[in-house]
Ligand binder design. Structure first.
Ligand SMILES: N[C@@H](CCC(=O)N[C@@H](CS)C(=O)NCC(=O)O)C(=O)O
Length: 212
């Protein structure tokens, strides 16, 4: 029986981020589909759960607890279920985890999200991508991946030698950038390539990569 209802679109990267972490922690969930660009997203029944008119959000089946923001959902799921510790508790390891989570969220995600919007969402909606903007962002993406290469040249994962949520947070947008769009020149970045192969082959991602 599902412990949570996960409201989102099966192919939304943010919905799949929450779903993959649920799977890492062996937490049963039921996907409640939401359509992209649906007018309902901007109406009060939805805004009550996700005030920005986006997805995903979760509703607990036992007490009705609700939460939005995929990374916050991931952090909550990391405290539930079973499996390896995804948020280290030892203070220095925890600090390194927070550093890695900030790297994913502030160095990679803002660039990846705009490229994804231009190259995937706009064509999906029948709009024309702004190739000039994408062209300006790609060198910036490359320089950020150089930073990832430096980090991953010293350790196995973003926060150290153990997998954490920071690595898992990266996967959905990483798959769009590296696999769907073929950006990132992984052949020139052996440590990013090794890390990507490792994290993207996890059963949790394999289970949701084609739909949460
Ligand atoms: N920071 C939010 C971002 C949510 C977000 O951008 N969701 C996208 C799908 S991945 C969405 O709802 N797009 C539709 C829209 O913005 O109207 C999260 O991680 O949950």
């Amino acid at each position: 029986m599902a412990t949570f209802k996960l409201h989102g679109h099966p192919m939304s990267t943010c919905t799949r981020r929450a779903a993959l972490i649920a799977r890492e922690r062996d937490i049963p969930y039921e996907l409640v589909p939401i359509q992209f660009m649906a007018p309902e997203l901007k109406q009060s029944a939805h805004l009550e759960f996700q005030p920005f008119g986006q997805m995903p959000y979760i509703v607990a089946q036992d007490d009705g607890f609700t939460l939005f923001e995929s990374r916050a959902i991931g952090r909550y799921f990391a405290t539930l279920g079973s499996g390896p510790e995804l948020i280290p508790t030892e203070p220095k390891a925890h600090a390194r985890f927070e550093q890695a989570a900030s790297v994913e969220y502030s160095q990679f995600d803002p660039i990846a999200a705009v490229i994804l919007f231009e190259k995937v969402v706009k064509p999906f909606c029948g709009a024309t991508p702004n190739e000039e903007l994408v062209g300006k962002l790609l060198p910036l993406l490359e320089s950020k991946l150089d930073g990832f290469e430096r980090i991953l040249g010293k350790q196995k994962y973003l926060a150290g030698d153990g997998l954490t949520l920071a690595d898992l947070f990266f996967i959905p947008h990483g798959s769009i950038i590296f696999e769907k769009l073929g950006y990132g020149n992984l052949e020139k970045r052996p440590n990013v390539q090794r890390w990507w192969k490792d994290i993207s082959s996890r059963p949790s991602w394999q289970a949701v990569k084609d739909g949460a």
